[in-house]
Design a protein around this ligand. Sequence first.
Ligand code: AHR
Length: 497
Amino acid sequence: QKAKMIVDKDFRVSEIDERIYGSFIEHLGRAVYGGVYEPDHPEADEHGFRKDVIELVKQLNVPIVRYPGGNMVSAYNWEDGVGPKELRPRRLELAWRTIETNEIGTNEFVDWANLVNSQVMMAVNLGTRGIDEARNFIEYCNHPGGTYYSDLRRKHGYEKPHKINTWCLGNEMDGPWQIGHKTAEEYGRLALETAKAMRLVDPTIELVACGSSNTGMPTFPQYEATTLEHTYDAIDYISLHQYYGNRSNDTASYLAKSMDMEHFIKTIISTCDYVKAKKRSKKTINLSFDEWNVWYHSNGQDRQIEPWSIAPPQLEDVYNFEDALLVGSMLMTFLRNSDRVKIACMAQLVNVIAPIMTQKGGKAWKQTIFYPYAHVSAFGRGVALQPVVSSPKYDSKEFTDVPYLDSAAVYNEEKSEVTIFAVNRHLEEALPLSCDVRSFGDYEIIEHIVLEHDDLKAVNTIEAQTVQPHSNGVSSLNNGFIEANLSKASWNVIRLR
Ligand code: AHR
């Protein structure tokens, strides 16, 4: 059985917003303390940031990083994290039941983001706090000077405003676990009034309202509809979050979970457009998929962690090879929907459900999921094309009609490059692929990168990079047709120029 594709330069989905390659750092576990920041580490710079971690983050080319939470933001006082470090309070961090030292706060994080060439996507606390805190915080960050909070920032050593452009109006407010959890009515009203005040301080900002924490929430997708009915004119994006796992060790179903993600995206697009129609509006609300990843490996271990320690090893999933395949499929889902998904943040970036792991005082290394993320971030810039695909299919316990071939294509006109991303979901057999690229004329294959491994459960550790890509993929281009052989259970990046 063979798969067929047509990739044509005129079948355009959209210009890709590079922020779909965003990530997330929460004050949680060892993401900040012992991850990006470890002043005693031999690789620490003069501010305590680990240079080896900075180098790995730069390899991922992350344009935007969401901060400081996550669940943590819903009881966070931003004021605790600014000003002289010796005066900053230690607090009980209630979301993850740890102690927050506040050694790192807004200004330090903006400094770190500058070092990795990222913008910050800042979240305000709409759990325990509200309009007043949010308007003061944005004044502190974005107002040039001459007022109480902007002058406070200057006093803290930051003469120029941070000009933070993208702001999240709280986090997962639909979830009963959230501190200050709200019904959609309560949240919609508060988000609207907060958005109004924040925009009065800085009219140039973009705002993201919370949607559902995942598709399994009982209020999905009514939460989005109600929130949008309140906030439609005041916000720019609605947020989506989703994590997957292979708890029942059913890999055929697991690799198809990107189909559930696609369904989630389509449902939220419909919800946005339904409210648009109701409001007779000309404005379109786009999607910010600002938490996504695989998350399940560490669940058991996390239940053993004693409360009230500083930066314990929480949510430290060790990712295996099959996780990398699903992550590749999730990234391709964003590309295919890039006309509406404008921001996406892999949750998270360092140590906490992350592509990058660190050892205290020791090395930093790449998890398996690092590779598809790095590939799509590097080669997925430009215009997303809509491939026309015909693929053999399978049924699994959870899904029917799953195409063995999952794919996306990107045309980078500036560099005259085309990249085809593809996962072969078949666990036992290679998949021959024929791809019509005649519209590009005399392009040639410059590289066929493959991530494959005989053991779906193989992992990378501090000692060994067991799962690594190679560039020996089997493909040729003749008379405008690529003939490729996609190895069983593999991630492929076929680059043409
Ligand atoms: O990323 C881990 C957690 O997952 C976040 O704090 C929360 O927003 C989500 O439930």
